[in-house]
Write a protein that binds this ligand. Sequence first.
Ligand code: F0G
Length: 477
Amino acid sequence: MTSAAFQQCINPDCAATFDVGDTLVACRRCGGLLDIRYDWKKLPVPKSMSFFEHRWATKGTEAEGRADFSGVWRFRELLPFYRNEADIVSIGEGRTVLQQADLLAGQLGMKPGKLLLQYEGLNPSGSFKDNGMTAAFTHARMVGAHRVACASTGNTSASLALFASLAQMQGIVFIGSGKISFGKLSQALDYGALTLQVNGDFDDCLRRIRQIACDVPALGIYLMNSVNPFRLEGQKSIMYRILEARDWQSPDWVVVPGGNLGNCSAFGKAFMELKELGLIKKIPRLAIINASGANTLHELVNHRNLQWADGRFDAGIVQKHYAALDESNYHAHTVASAIEISRPVNLPKALRALAVMNGVVRQASDEEILEHRAMVARWGFGCEPASAASVAGLHQLLEEQVIGRDETVVCILTGHELKDPNATVKYHTGIDMKSAQDSAPRGKVQGKLANQPIPVENDLKAIIRAMGDDPARIGLN
Ligand code: F0G
């Protein structure tokens, strides 16, 4: 299938193309973000979305059935970058649920049937990340990678660790020390990833891992963050499943939390392609919700008028904003630790998604996020704090009358409630279990499979040493 698929820089003045077998996280010519593109004329594209329906009933046992069983790969004709189905690395991801949330709708003053919650926390690792990870691991297998790594606010690391363990690759995760919830940390350790607790935040970790993956090829690290364009191919499937659950009718709105802005970017690409292929009539509108303590997109779009401008957006506005953040030594801070990010790497693609989906951006305070998280738990299945930013944002947009009370809205609930039980217990009891755990005396570690996290300074050589390599061996003195 790969001859009809290629990578392309999204900067229209560059538009350089690369082979789908290259491992890149930025355009080699201009440093821009990359898309996976397809020459659809050469591919067997279904004539209508209903083509996919027969796969829903397939059991996940035989090789062919495995792809049908996955909520990502049963739409494989819409992400055909792999060579053949043997490349596909799947753990049964994407079998998630779109719930008609009438009780919660009533609380927000919406009519029954108008609010739908897409529970991506029902994925195997408990978050939407599995949708993207299956695609990126498929590419990693195609290119023969053995060591995969990411920086993470917790969910990417949990998902990477699970896939790496099952695909038998070495998983390495960089997390900000004390920055991720215990549920997510416990997963990375349990699934056996080498877990480096870097003395810094997510932005620091991402800078380091990009440096290591791009500038130190001798380490053979395959980068799994959402700058990897294959990740976003998998995340498109969240939109396909929403359409599928609605008999292929688009909702009026999709509301999603924004962190590193990979998910919203993937949604924009999904609808861009479906429209181009004539597979849908209407593109829904998009609302991206930042936490107010990590509100770069909100600041840039709503206060500095940053726009996609057909790909020729004003990069100077972004640079000026980041320089001001550096000058004031600003670090993002929010109770929604999953989206505690101040330099979102997919910013240009998110601007494109806003243009394609006629989108808006809002921010939600920590208090709004916590209240709406509790509401989703009381009147739905529950979710982690970052996910509830979507419902908090919807509430604001209803009050502003940007979203009408009779419009159909899907909020994406990105992570499972049990990812961050500390936030829940603190909300209900005032007890901060995390602080208690931090100061508790440490017992002896005895388990046969115990996998301790490794604290490390935010320093390239120290990190490479913690990864078990010698900086001198790879020419770093
Ligand atoms: N919700 C949850 C639960 C997340 O874990 C994330 C991102 C987001 C929303 C934001 O999605 O980055 O695509 O805009 N978590 C990443 C991580 C950054 O490392 O787990 P985004």
